[in-house]
Design a binder for this molecule. Structure first.
Ligand code: ADE
Length: 215
């Protein structure tokens, strides 16, 4: 799976991609993440990427020229959907992550900053708008990273233990519900005990206990 990220702040992604599961997925070439700094596409002599909104109002708007040129250029290298991360988008869910992972080999993620982007970019070049929740962040970079993480972990081989994905919250196995509580050794910690049933060895009872605790 190839991701192309369009952002003004590519460095924000560095630490998350340079460790743990996503680092291993990159090293094994199960995923590929390419960055494109929108500012590099500005034809302004000061590399300006934003301007004041027509009609007045607070904040700055990311202008057409750098975004049109950047998106058009990246589309030559990546034929996947162009997804804009914005609080106005459709809410991201496990279902959406599953569909994006199943139906694409390439995805373009556009991260906005400031008050927003010129509507003409959205109308002409964006295929899908996604929000990670009803709150406003400083930009689309964290949301883009969340999409990459949730999509990447569904690619065969990315998770160490193939089983662990089928037994996630929201999975078919749990009828789309959230998982039951987990415990590990010791059986008692600072006086707090693991439920007896989990130590009983009675698999039917354990299964029943877990099922009752799905949310
Ligand atoms: N950009 C700023 N806030 C966001 C959110 N909640 N979801 C997606 N992109 C965003």
């Amino acid at each position: 799976m190839r991701f192309d990220i369009l952002t003004l702040f590519p460095n924000l992604f560095e630490s998350y991609l340079s460790d743990s599961i996503l680092k291993r997925a990159l090293d094994q070439e199960l995923i590929d993440v390419k960055f494109h700094n929108i500012r590099d596409y500005s034809s302004d002599k000061h590399h300006k990427v934003d301007d004041t909104p027509y009609g007045g109002g607070a904040g700055m708007v990311m202008a057409c020229q750098p975004l049109f040129d950047c998106i058009k250029d990246v589309k030559k290298q990546n034929s996947g959907p162009v997804i804009f991360l914005t609080p106005q988008g459709e809410r991201f869910t496990q279902n959406k992550a599953n569909n994006l992972a199943a139906n694409n080999k390439e995805i373009i993620l556009l991260c906005g900053r400031y008050e927003g982007i010129d509507q003409r970019v959205r109308d002409q070049l964006i295929d899908q708008e996604i929000s990670i929740g009803d709150y406003v962040l400083t930009g689309g970079e964290l949301p883009a990273m969340i999409l990459i993480d949730s999509i990447a972990r569904q690619i065969p081989g990315v998770l160490g233990n193939e089983d662990s994905q089928g037994e996630d919250s929201f999975s078919e196995k749990f009828a789309g519900k959230k998982e039951y509580p987990h415990y590990t050794k010791p059986a008692e910690y600072e006086g707090h005990k693991v439920p007896d049933v989990l130590l009983s060895g009675n698999h039917a009872e354990i299964e029943k206990w877990r099922e009752e605790r799905l949310k």
